[in-house]
Design a protein around this ligand. Sequence first.
Ligand SMILES: Cc1cc2nc3c(=O)[nH]c(=O)nc-3n(C[C@H](O)[C@H](O)[C@H](O)COP(=O)(O)OP(=O)(O)OC[C@H]3O[C@@H](n4cnc5c(N)ncnc54)[C@H](O)[C@@H]3O)c2cc1C
Length: 380
Amino acid sequence: MIPRTVFNEEHEQFRDTVRKFLEKEALPFHAQWEKDGQVDRGLWKKAGEMGFLCPQVPEEYGGLNLDFGYNAVIDEEISRFNLTGIGWGLHSDIAVPYIINYGSEAQKRKYLPQCISGDMVTAIAMTEPGAGSDLQGVRTTAIKNGDHYVLNGSKTFITNGQHANLVIVVAKTNPGEGASGVSLLLVEADSPGFKKGTNLEKVGMKAQDTSELFFDDVKVPAENLLGAEGQGFIYLMQELPQERLSVAIGATANAEAALSWTVDYVRERKAFGKPVSAFQNTQFKLAELAAELAAMRVFVDRCLELHYAHKLDVATAAKAKLLATDFQCKLLDECVQLHGGYGYMWEYPIARAWADARVQRIYAGTNEIMKLIISRELLQ
Ligand SMILES: Cc1cc2nc3c(=O)[nH]c(=O)nc-3n(C[C@H](O)[C@H](O)[C@H](O)COP(=O)(O)OP(=O)(O)OC[C@H]3O[C@@H](n4cnc5c(N)ncnc54)[C@H](O)[C@@H]3O)c2cc1C
């Protein structure tokens, strides 16, 4: 194992606390949450009390002002246990950073303390029934009318969609324009005209609440515009590398865990009078996966190191997301195979991880969109 250098002693102590918390407060209940279609809302409050939500928020807003390494530690521990229902990554790594980076002083004072405490769950609503990869094509509109915007449209596949109290909505404030017509609005879930659709039934990530959202003449106060009008697309492009790094971090940690479950399984399971680990096919498969995983770990850690220094560029983050999630899915597929029929049984972690991982190649920008970004940089 190549020693990791991206985390210091404090990170590792924090990891220990996160792991113990998840073992006690989440692991025993996750199977039930899968049936419920969402985690217990109380988990968010408990996480807030432990300081696990939005560790990057500056102290003046009640935060711990920690580096992104703490987010990464939380992402890794959640992924190692395959607790895919827990939407803290979307909240802490993806949505709340928009408020930290582009919010007005008043917005930060109003929302950040509640995001840290777990009183407020956030979501980000980009995707629409008719526009996912092509974000410039969003049809939700927010038309200025005096001191407010009138929001109309619908979104789909929104993570934390049921629990969310505050949603960052991507809308056209100037429907005649493409990217330059896009703005971001902070929309409170109890606003009249804002409705949440049903909790969507998914192939995996069954404890994650994922929803449609509907906006029917929702009056959004003008002061809830996030940053400047027409700059939404630029903000999205600036924030997406952290989102993609976060996905790559989770993918790598999950792959490491899955490989270790599989090593344990093939040592125990017997066929033809010997452990499955005694077959050369098993040994070679595990060796290939371990070798690729070692390379993935070094690459993703290096990306994290670059991110600490604010030097992770868009194309490199896209490479990390593409490689790590493609590899995660490949590894999980091989590991299911090495588990035989038990690998297809929901009660086995490997089966759940396999189903849960499939979406990693689809959200946060599909892996085809990652290739577009990478090739654009090559060919510019
Ligand atoms: C569980 C889950 C959670 C999600 N969470 C969120 C969330 O919190 N917020 C949010 O806004 N969205 C979320 N999404 C939506 C997700 O980001 C989109 O599904 C994704 O961006 C793809 O968009 P689409 O589904 O419209 O697919 P499409 O854009 O219709 O793509 C269909 C296929 O065409 C390919 N394709 C599209 N354009 C090109 C191109 N130019 N070149 C080559 N191939 C192309 C795609 O790669 C894909 O294979 C979530 C989705 C899921 C399933």
